[in-house]
Every structure is written in C-alpha cells, then in structure tokens.
Ligand binder design. Sequence first.
Ligand code: 3PY
Ligand code: MG
Length: 250
Amino acid sequence: MTSAHMLSQLTNRLGAWVTFLDAHGIEALSGSGFDWIGIDLQHGTAALEGLPGLLRACELNRTPALVRTSGHSAAEIGRALDAGAAGVVVPMVESAAQAAAIAAARTFPPEGVRSSGASRSAVAAPSLLQPEGRVLCLAMIESDAGLANAEAIAQTDGIDGIFLGPYDLALSLGAAHGVTDPKTIDAIGRVLAVARNHGKLSGAFSGSPELSRALHDADLLAVDSDLAFLRAGAEAKLAATRAALSAARD
Ligand code: 3PY
Ligand code: MG
C-alpha cells in the first residue's frame, strides 16, 4: 500500500509537525506512534535539498510524510514529490484558480504540468514512494478569502482535500481570542463540513487540546510541532526529576 493510499483510506489520523528536526530526530519522532509526519518548508528550517534524507527517516518507520511547501510554486511542489513525499500541503489557497494551479503542479501531462525526471520517486522506488496519481494534494484554507471560496476550492479537480490553518485563519478573521474564538471555531466547522460534503479529505494543525475538540472530525490532525513536543517533554522530565529528588531528600 502506498503512503498516500494509507493516508487517504483512514480517518482521524494523528500527525506530528516537523519544523527543525534533522533525519535523526525525525526517525525518533516517526517511531513514537504518529500516523503521519508533516514536514514544514514554510515556517520550518528544513530545505528542499534536505528532504530526501528526512523522508527516508520517515520511511524507516513506515510513516507517510506530507510536505508543506513554502508557497504555490509548481517547481517546489514537483521537487517535494520527486523527493518522495506522500503528498503536498500548499499554504494560503484563496481561490479556485489557485487550487487548479496547484493541482496541475502535482499532476503529469496531459492533465497537469508536472515534469518527469530522474528523481528519487521515479528511480529509487521503495514501497512507500508514490506512483503518480497516488500523491495527495491538500489546499490550505487559512484566510477570510479562502473561507469565502471554500466550496470552489474543495470542488476543484485534483484537490484531494482541505487542510485548515487555524492560526492564520484566526488572524485573518480578526478573532479576538485567536484559534478558540467562537468566530474561528465556527469557520473551522464550516470548512470541515465543506470537505465532507464534497467527499474530500480534511486536515488541520491543532497545537491545543481545546482546538482539537473542534477538529475532532478531521481526517488528518497534526497534534503539535516538534518544538512544542521538545519543550513539553523537557518540562515534564525536569518536573518529574525535581519531584523524585525532593521526595528522596525528605
Ligand atoms: C496555521 O494555523 O496557520 C498553520 O499554518 C498551521 O501550521
Ligand atoms: Mg498558516
């Protein structure tokens, strides 16, 4: 089973969002039980040239990896897929025209414009790499304009699903209480319903248990980022060790 197929067949899959880890770190994270990994080229420090090593580390644990591109560039979408990503998550999609352009970028001619070459996905072909057509293309809705055009974006041929960016969406909506503001929660519910009604996948970044409740219907839910996991793990270990030491001294 290809990894895009693994992802598209399943619901309520929990993922980890990677912003800075190297292959060593991703190997540990992808082995800790997540269903998928999101590698962030928009806000993270990973670069395109490092992707094959990061994806290989996910493959060791048979964990599919989606790559969030830094923008809409067809060249970047093609290179992420050439490196062996199970799919792309494209930020800030605001219209059907933009959705059609990114769908074309992930598809070979005659339907699309993706170029074919001696890439890792074409030549190395381990079982988790994708034959064309099995890679996922998820359009991020994370602005007022994207919200207004959610139906048209979801209906676009070649778009497999919608991925919500609640933090940018809250900013765009001017939501006073951020991602947990009723305005944001209402918008999230509307986008999830649009994806469901059009038979498309839905996904989202969470980062907060409270927000996760509003996102419980999403097919792909990114629990939090590698940085947040590192910090939470460090704080928990430190507190547990302090407690153990103080108990031993009493
Ligand atoms: C957002 O919430 O805006 C995101 O892009 C999450 O990664
Ligand atoms: Mg965003």
